[in-house]
Design a protein. Structure first.
Length: 293
């Protein structure tokens, strides 16, 4: 078997970001500066890394970028007020509240409080409905949108393919399945989850396997149909004393044993991760365009 095509999210994301930079410059000429506000409550280290790279990417593209860092003790009412102020701020086109918030925050209520026209994460029920309806004015959640872009740019056909998505979260699994089954992609989709029976057998049917679980190296070689395309969404920290940080990142797929069986596979890191930020920038541009048609 030929070695697998490595789906290089880093370089594909760089191309998407170049397009975003050019589009931002064109909007700036019309006097419109795309603006993204990122709200972080608490001091979760992984969230701090994500928020930092989102705001840096914004600045790099010439967007207006606002980072609001709030202490862990921030109340629901205080956070709602921040969201309401951002809803009313004309310099801001996109708002995201970094997940997960501290336990005392009702995340669902916060998402519902975001103006759906600024919900660049695509989590508001109005945008979920638009995804189901295949209405292109809605915002598609960034991670599954990034997975679809990886497939598209890499020339991987989806029409008629058997796709299996492991994970049914509203952030990755469900929207991913909806995108794959859409009239644009036309895959035949199975969604598997923690209570699915015989997960390896389900996965062995997949021409396209998407793993979005959060369990390091769960997907093994004998779960893979030879020639399958494997998209590994998982980002897991596993302890590694040989690293300065004391940990390394690994996906949900046992890459070393799975890769030789695949026609294409994403690495972790450097696969889906960079695509997520690139699609967030695309969504922010879409929001800015829709505010200034
Ligand atoms: P989640 O915890 O909300 O959902 C996990 C899903 O996996 C659930 O639907 C659950 O049913 C399923 N699951 C759990 N254990 C299972 C098992 N043993 N067998 C089968 N299914 C099982 O997580 P999420 O937010 O969807 O994220 C999933 C993973 O993707 C995490 O590792 C997360 O860090 C990563 N992630 C990466 C990006 C990125 O940019 N690359 C973005 C978001 C999430």
């Amino acid at each position: 078997m030929n070695p697998p095509q490595l789906l290089d999210g880093k370089s594909i994301a760089a191309t998407v970001l170049d397009e975003c930079r050019a589009e931002a410059a064109a909007l700036l000429e019309k006097g419109i500066r795309p603006g993204l506000a990122v709200v972080l409550v608490g001091n979760d280290p992984a969230s701090q890394v994500y928020v930092g790279s989102k705001t840096r990417t914004c600045s790099d593209l010439g967007f207006h970028s606002l980072k609001i860092e709030l202490p862990t003790e921030t109340t629901q009412e205080q956070l709602l007020k921040v969201v309401q102020d951002l809803n009313a701020d004309p310099s801001i086109h996109g708002i995201l509240v970094q997940s997960p918030p501290p336990k005392h925050i009702d995340e669902e209520a916060i998402i519902r409080a975001i103006d759906p026209r600024k919900d660049v994460d695509g989590f508001h029920p109005e945008n979920v409905a638009k995804l189901v309806l295949e209405d292109p004015t809605g915002f598609v959640p960034c991670t599954p949108a990034g997975c679809m872009k990886l497939l598209e740019v890499s020339g991987i056909p989806t029409a008629g393919a058997e796709a299996v998505v492991i994970g049914r979260s509203m952030i990755v699994g469900k929207p991913m399945a909806l995108l794959l089954v859409s009239k644009i992609s036309n895959a035949t989709v199975t969604i598997a989850h923690s209570l699915s029976n015989d997960l390896p057998a389900i996965c062995r049917r997949a021409d396209i396997l998407v793993a979005a679980v959060g369990r390091p190296e769960m997907v093994k070689a004998d779960w893979i149909k030879p020639g399958a395309v494997v998209i590994d969404v998982g980002i897991n920290r596993v302890s590694d004393p040989s690293k300065k940080s004391g940990y390394r990142l690994t996906g949900d797929v046992a890459f070393e044993e799975v890769a030789p069986l695949c026609s294409a596979i994403t690495p972790v890191p450097g696969g889906v991760g960079p695509m997520t930020i690139a699609m967030l920038m695309k969504n922010t541009l879409q929001a800015a365009r829709q505010f200034h048609p």
